[in-house]
Ligand binder design. Structure first.
Ligand code: ZN
Length: 302
């Protein structure tokens, strides 16, 4: 019996009948699996009444059993540290944030100007996420620095488990990613280095839409560029171009067009809701963390 994460690079000789006859695929756990896994890891813990394991499972798409065990463990540590005599929902929330975004860096103090900028940036992501048709509801916005480089984060909670994305959903994601930078530009008149990761993600989505998902009308349902994984060297990926210079130019303009479309949509949403953006950014500077209830309350009064 043997296990691998890279079945595609195994030597055929190894897979011949009589050696490893049966292959069993163990995929990442889906929502129902995660609920069961979490139940298992919390069995020995004293849980508060208010704990809904399904909510914890919903917030952790893509995580595997070991991550979920880690979250349960962190939640217990949080509870002890805070002095709860049972594990509360807030301990789970803190544990998930810690696993997903890295530990809080309370000693990394932002100056008031930076804090203001991060607040507008995150409020921008949240506003766009709430306004695009397929945006997942914003669960939490935080401007407490975390992990290696994150200065803030906006966490969206998927309504249901998803295995496919439509073209419109990808376009909405690009708009949400550009919302942070756009809010900085509109509210503060300039942009900062804080959006680098967003731009990278937005470009990656646009690039795969054009090059691998056939979502560009001009280029049609073809894939462009072939990735080759060099055997045994997981990190080395070479990409070879199987298209002309002329096509390369069209690819670039198509990617650009998608990103610009997202930028325009983000700008429109933020401009149309400018006063809410101000309120949200002010509230964030004051409280540092805003949850769903506080955010909907603010959106409803406007
Ligand atoms: Zn951002």
């Amino acid at each position: 019996m043997a296990a691998t994460n890279r079945p595609e690079v195994l030597d055929k000789a190894l897979l011949r009948a009589g050696r490893f006859d049966r292959q069993i695929v163990v995929d990442k756990p889906d929502l129902q699996d995660r609920i069961e896994i979490l139940k298992l890891h919390t069995k020995a813990m004293t849980l508060a009444e208010n704990i809904d394991i399904a909510v914890v499972a919903k917030r952790t798409p893509g995580l595997v059993g070991a991550d979920l065990a880690n979250i349960a463990n962190e939640a217990a540590i949080m509870a002890v540290r805070i002095g709860h005599n049972q594990v509360e929902m807030e301990d789970f929330e803190a544990a998930i944030d810690r696993i997903l975004a890295g530990p809080e860096k309370k000693n990394r103090v932002l100056n008031p100007e930076e804090k203001r900028r991060v607040a507008y940036h995150e409020a921008g992501h949240a506003m766009v996420a709430e306004h695009v048709p397929t945006g997942q509801p914003v669960h939490k916005i935080s401007i407490i620095p975390r992990g290696v480089s994150a200065l803030g984060f906006t966490l969206q909670l998927p309504v249901e488990e998803k295995f496919l994305s439509t073209e419109n959903e990808l376009k909405d994601q690009i708009a949400i990613l550009l919302g942070g930078r756009m809010a900085e530009e509109i509210a503060l008149g300039s942009i900062s280095t804080g959006a680098q990761n967003d731009l990278e993600k937005a470009s990656d989505i646009a690039r795969s839409m054009v090059c691998s998902l056939g979502m560009s009308k001009k280029l049609g349902p073809l894939t462009y560029g072939k990735r080759q994984q060099l055997q045994f060297l997981e990190t080395e990926v070479s990409e070879y171009r199987n298209y002309s210079d002329e096509t390369a130019r069209i690819i670039d303009t198509e990617i650009m067009a998608l990103v610009e479309e997202g930028e325009t949509r983000a700008r429109e949403i933020i401009t149309a809701n400018r006063s809410v953006l101000e309120k949200l950014a002010n509230l964030l500077q004051e409280k540092e963390v805003i949850n769903r209830e506080e955010m909907t309350a603010l959106l409803e009064t406007h």
